[in-house]
Design a binder for this molecule. Structure first.
Ligand SMILES: Cc1cc2nc3c(=O)[nH]c(=O)nc-3n(C[C@H](O)[C@H](O)[C@H](O)COP(=O)(O)OP(=O)(O)OC[C@H]3O[C@@H](n4cnc5c(N)ncnc54)[C@H](O)[C@@H]3O)c2cc1C
Length: 441
């Protein structure tokens, strides 16, 4: 692998403490991740005339969302778009989606994220097929303290077999967690047996309609109790209508299956409530066999897959599966942050100040308080984790929360301290995170 050196040196003024342009603050701000929150950070920076570079590892923006593009979101358009991004788009011939309609993941990309990424100022700042592999301080490793905060950041970015280096005055990490799923193993450990089965396991929400040959008339287990698992089950149930020998087992850890149905008619996000109601029907009519509470200890492959675990305090083996869909959530990957000084919550792996706001045991999605730069601050000055990654393992992140996060962070980085502090959030009151059907996955 070749290493080339590249410094982008675009003019900017971003020292919030002094309001002056030091040599470091001449550099652009780096955004990592071209999902909705990374792109919203870009929109905020454009509106504040601040130069930036945005790295997206996929071949297109929104590439995590594309993997579940066939899935319908649960929140309508009015909660899914950043207001500053919308203002920028309205200056073009963009067709604004209707507030009350609910898009699929593909529509979110094609009708909002793509047009946003195509804006002239945005397009010239986005680098797709660029995977950030490390972030550090110039001439410093993690241990060095002297003049640390006066030094710029250096990002090591892999593209086309090369590793390039980019300098930046600040870094916004919006890399999400979707690319880093949890295992089936109930203690959260990735065992070699499970890794060896990866051709027979889906860890995302597979498009069952387009790859029906993998599932039709097969015995499939879905492991997990959140929104993603429910989407996978509903798609399998639809397939079973045409292919009645399809055998669907749902394996969860919940003490009581009722908790998996969520808020149903009490959910202010009606689309999400409806998912819970439909899944209840399918369980009650026997289309889906439920095994709960079941704690998966290991997986074994011979001709078919066996799931070994504990059920009602006894070891139990569930046998004969052709394929598994494991929707047990995802976790943040901190590999790229290794040389930065970070504080991460011990339980949720979220930004620490957020942990008490988002602990699914305590909070429903709708009760998350507005928060911004101040709560997201890290010991590494000028570095922020935002978006789904800021919530760590908590599954309750909503885009509207991330849009307010980056509005505040960008205000701070561009010297508007008052606006950075003035955080507001308008989320639907869902009340369902406590009852099982968590925010997203
Ligand atoms: C099935 C599903 C349905 C959901 N429905 C809703 C909903 O209705 N309403 C709602 O508000 N929220 C919903 N969410 C939750 C959440 O809003 C989304 O997951 C959202 O995509 C999170 O945005 P993000 O920008 O933080 O992360 P992501 O969308 O995951 O984007 C991260 C980006 O970073 C890139 N990346 C990762 N690592 C690197 C790297 N090292 N270098 C460069 N690029 C990198 C990825 O390729 C990706 O494009 C849903 C989530 C799921 C999974």
């Amino acid at each position: 692998m070749k290493t080339t050196f590249k410094i982008l040196n675009q003019p900017s003024c971003c020292d919030p403490a002094t309001g002056c342009c030091t040599s470091e603050s001449q550099l652009p701000i780096a955004i990592i991740g071209g999902g909705p929150i990374g792109l919203a950070a870009g929109a905020q920076l454009i509106s504040r005339h601040q130069s930036f570079i945005l790295f997206e590892q996929g071949s297109e923006i929104g590439s995590n969302i594309r993997t579940w593009g066939h899935v319908t979101l649960f929140s309508p358009w009015q909660y899914n778009m950043d207001s500053t991004a919308k203002e920028l788009l309205k200056q073009t011939n963009w067709q604004e989606p209707k507030d009350e309609e609910i898009p699929t993941g593909n529509e979110l990309i094609d009708n909002y994220l793509k047009p946003l990424a195509e804006l002239e100022d945005m397009k010239s700042s986005i680098y797709t097929n660029h995977k950030v592999i490390a972030i550090t301080r110039k001439n410093n490793d993690k241990m060095k303290s002297k003049n640390r905060h006066q030094q710029s950041f250096v990002l090591y970015v892999e593209s086309d077999g090369d590793v390039k280096q980019f300098e930046a005055s600040a870094v916004i990490d919006a890399t999400g967690t979707w690319g880093n799923p949890n295992p089936a193993q109930g203690n959260g450990v990735w065992l070699p047996e499970e890794k060896a089965l990866n051709q027979k396991i889906d860890y995302q929400i597979p498009n069952i309609e387009t790859s029906s040959n993998l599932y039709a008339n097969k015995k499939i287990a879905v492991i997990g109790g959140g929104h993603s698992a429910i989407n996978s089950l509903l798609n399998l149930a639809k397939l079973k209508e045409k292919h009645p020998m399809t055998d669907i087992t749902w394996i969860l850890r919940k003490e009581n299956i009722e908790r998996a149905y969520g808020g149903e008619q009490n959910d202010e996000l009606a689309a999400r409530g409806a998912l819970g109601t439909r899944i209840r029907q399918l369980v009650e009519e026997g289309t889906i066999t439920v095994v709960t509470p079941f704690y998966v200890s290991s997986l074994k492959k011979s001709d078919k897959i066996a799931i070994i675990g504990e059920h009602q305090s006894e070891e139990k083996v569930l046998e004969g599966f052709d394929r598994l869909i494991v929707n047990t959530g995802s976790r943040p990957d901190f590999t790229i942050n290794r040389e930065l000084r970070l504080n991460i919550d011990a339980i949720t792996e979220s930004v620490p100040a957020l942990a008490t706001l988002i602990d699914p045991n305590e909070h429903s999605c709708g009760t998350v308080e507005a928060h911004g730069e101040e709560l997201l601050r890290q010991p590494e000055q000028g570095f922020y984790i935002v978006g789904a990654k800021s919530y760590g393992r908590a599954p309750t992140f909503l885009m509207a929360t991330g849009y307010e996060q980056v509005r505040s962070v960008v205000a701070y980085l561009t010297g508007d301290l008052e606006s950075a502090k003035d955080v507001k959030l308008n989320l639907p009151e869902t009340g369902v995170c406590n009852s099982g059907l968590g925010g997203c996955c």
